[in-house]
Design a protein around this ligand. Structure first.
Ligand code: HPA
Length: 318
């Protein structure tokens, strides 16, 4: 092979190598974009179509009830019995709303309950969907946006969580004062201007007055309610002990698989937010602990009565 032939061969291989790198790079960028986009994970988020769905679901519910909810309540796993404290007027199963996200998790019923509680019109989400079920963050918060569309200005979010703080024992509650989210924002994609602004601050997203009121109620009823920092992870697997150690080192007090993205969507549409964590277990590896779904459900059920006491008193104050 003379020098000229070698030079040509090197040039050809060089061009092939550079082209392959470009194609691989482009494919990676595309894959990333597909994974990050809300909707099915494949397509670009269609804000107009999404908001039309929100309005359409709200209209379908409005047609079935006279209740105009001021307060929205999201019930976490095992807390369905809370509904005993509500004077129920209308039940709207999620399954009756075509194309509405359905929960697939045992222990999560799927209903909107509209009624009154302590004289206030409320809407309760009995069961929610989660990011780990394969829904995008935007889809997870769609029911919340429907409740906002129906008139709810305040939202009380409840969820089962693991404790990352040895002083916050299972069987006690924590009101969230701030969060870290490991789940993509529900606000990704074209902004829905009818709901809120493109860039919103999250400082003060959790209403301090509601926190204060809840604390007073808890003290009156001898219910242990701490205040702290929550981290939302994707799940569905419980954390590794190494992850628990990391989140503890970040100063987080509790960990769970829902709620922070709901708080983000609520803050986006200027709803007042109160997130009550029901601490069901210690995080993986803490004191050698191995968490389980059964343990979470069992403890949530035991905690429901105290939660009802707190909500019964909090709701009239809103
Ligand atoms: N980790 C994540 N989510 C949870 C836990 C937990 O330990 N307990 C209840 N929900």
């Amino acid at each position: 092979m003379d020098n000229r032939t070698s030079a040509v061969l090197i040039a050809v291989f060089g061009i092939i190598a550079i082209s392959s790198m470009c194609v691989a790079g482009y494919t990676l960028v595309q894959l990333n974009e597909m994974q990050d986009s809300p909707g099915s994970g494949q397509d670009i988020f269609d804000a107009d179509a999404y908001y039309e769905r929100v309005q359409d679901y709200a209209e379908q519910i409005r047609e079935q009830t006279d209740i105009v909810p001021e307060v929205a309540i999201v019930l976490g796993s095992g807390l369905g019995s809370f509904i005993e404290g509500v004077d129920v007027h209308t039940t709207v199963p999620y399954s009756s709303l075509k194309g509405f996200p359905q929960s697939t998790v045992q222990g999560h019923n799927g209903n909107f309950i509209l009624g009154t509680m302590a004289g206030k019109d409320v809407i309760v989400m009995q069961g929610r969907v989660h990011y780990y079920e394969g829904y995008s963050s935007a889809e997870v918060v769609l029911p919340l946006r429907v409740m906002h569309e129906l008139g709810a200005k305040t939202i009380i979010i409840t969820n089962a969580v693991g404790s990352l703080n040895y002083d916050y024992e299972p069987g006690t509650f924590m009101v969230v004062k701030d969060h870290i989210s490991m789940v993509p924002s529900p606000l990704i994609g074209e902004n829905i201007d009818e709901l809120g602004q493109r860039f919103i601050p999250m400082n003060g997203a959790y209403d301090s007055l509601l926190m204060e009121k809840l604390k007073t109620i808890a003290i009156e009823h001898d219910i242990t309610l701490n205040r702290g920092k929550f981290i939302q992870v994707t799940g569905p697997q419980y954390e590794t002990p190494a992850e628990i150690e990391l989140y503890r080192s970040w100063g987080c007090d509790t960990v769970g698989m829902s709620s922070a993205i709901e708080a983000i969507a609520a803050a986006h549409c200027s709803m007042k937010v109160c997130n009550i964590n029901c601490i069901t277990n210690y995080g993986a590896g803490m004191g050698g602990h191995t968490p389980s779904h059964e343990e979470v459900q069992e403890m949530s059920k035991k905690m429901a009565s105290d939660l009802i006491i707190m909500l019964d008193e909090l709701i009239p104050m809103i």
